[in-house]
Design a protein around this ligand. Structure first.
Ligand code: UD1
Length: 371
């Protein structure tokens, strides 16, 4: 008989990268029973299957198939379907990661059934309540009994919200565990060659946040800036499905293609990581990419007015552009200095530290977790 059972939940692309190291570390220990639930928030080959294969992620035991929809519909479908899983499985603990709609939905289902929750990547705050992810973060942390933090700012953020520090465990960044595990393999693939690019000589772009792509005016400004960039630099842009849909609707895709921007489907984990490794600079609005670029030492330009990852700014590896995409047009990938950020706990062992805490909690069953 093991220490107890954990249900891990993943749903959208960044979750797979964050949760894989925790699941692998618990598997390695062998004393905790694990089940994996995939909500199906991301469901297509490029956004899900290829990511899971690249990460050597175990086959999920349950697939909920919640798919896309409005925030309310997507969250509600995941909540209802996951509650049924919990009633069937009766786990001792639910483990969730990040800040996507699936994360909040499953945390809510577990909390209402009195099942303790461990939250990987707790305590990040942009203090921007217009971001759906910020709402998801704050509420998931409030519902969790075990909060795994990955950077120094997280604990004070949680303390400000009155969360008992005894619940907070600094374990470091599990996303960087995945990066360290796979970076050699990703680099060997030399994915830049597929795009006839030279290492260090191109800008890698990812943009999908509603604030940048959902409004026609901002999206047009983004496209203008990328067109200006493509005038003097090679640009490769794996386009998120949300962004593709908006570019098509606004009739802007042809401007990008006409300017020579290499627009591709979303890529698998290894190809995308390989492209980051070889890039002269990265332009993004993703949270995970800011972290990965910093850990790799690739200069990152973030098209947002704020970031919940200020540690990447303090290290000088990430530049917040604000809302104006204009400066993107001025980036000179070959001229930028590459400097690897050294951040405590971003060392490849965060998943192991989280697994130790989970095992300890399951063994000792403290009253603050198992009320
Ligand atoms: C979600 C997360 C975001 C995360 C991002 C990573 C929320 C609120 N947002 O945003 O934090 O950074 O994932 O990718 O949870 N679609 C497909 N195929 C898929 C998945 C989605 O075509 O496999 C399309 C949907 O039809 C929809 C759009 O992409 O139109 C948005 O998908 P959704 O999961 O709602 O949010 P993301 O923008 O991906």
């Amino acid at each position: 008989m093991g220490l107890g059972s954990v249900v891990h939940v993943v749903g959208a692309r960044p979750n797979f990268v964050k949760m894989a190291p925790v699941i692998a570390a618990l598997e390695e220990r062998g004393d905790v029973e694990q089940r994996i639930v995939h909500t199906g928030q991301h469901y297509d080959e490029r956004m899900s299957s290829e990511m899971l294969t690249d990460l050597e992620f175990p086959e999920p035991d349950v697939f909920l198939g919640v798919g896309s929809g409005t925030h309310g519909a997507q969250t509600a479908r995941a909540l209802e379907a996951f509650e049924r899983v919990l009633l069937d499985e009766e786990p001792d603990l639910v483990c969730v990661g990040g800040d996507v709609n699936s994360t909040l939905a499953v945390a809510l289902a577990a909390a209402k059934l009195g099942i303790p929750i461990a939250h990987v990547e707790a305590g990040l705050r942009s203090y921007d309540w217009t971001m759906p992810e910020e709402i998801n973060r704050v509420l998931t942390d409030r519902l969790s009994q075990i909060l795994f933090t990955h950077s120094p700012e997280a604990a004070p953020n949680l303390a400000l919200e009155g969360i008992d520090p005894a619940r907070v465990h600094f374990v470091g960044n599990t996303m960087i565990d995945s990066l360290r595990r796979f970076e050699a393999r990703a680099e060997e693939r030399m994915p830049w060659r597929q795009f006839r690019l030279e290492r260090g000589d191109y800008v890698l772009v990812t943009l999908h946040r509603p604030s940048n792509v959902d409004g026609g005016r901002q999206l047009a400004r983004v496209v203008d800036a990328l067109v200006a960039l493509a005038d003097h630099a090679r640009v490769v842009f794996p386009v998120h499905p949300r962004t593709t849909e908006r570019l098509r609707a606004e009739g802007l895709l042809s401007s990008l293609l006409g300017a020579g921007v290499d627009c591709t489907e979303p890529l698998g984990y290894l190809d995308f990581l390989g492209l980051q490794i070889g890039a002269g600079a990265v332009v993004t609005d993703s949270g995970g990419v800011q972290e990965e670029a910093s850990a790799l030492g690739v200069p990152c330009f973030t098209l947002r007015p704020n970031t919940e990852r200020p540690v990447t700014i303090a290290q000088g590896t990430n530049t917040l552009l604000g809302e104006d995409p204009g400066p993107i047009g001025e980036i000179r990938p070959r001229e930028l200095e590459h400097r690897v950020a050294r951040i405590e706990g971003w060392d490849g062992y965060a998943g192991q530290r989280a697994a130790e805490v989970i095992a300890h909690v399951l063994q000792s069953r403290p009253a603050e977790v198992f009320a």
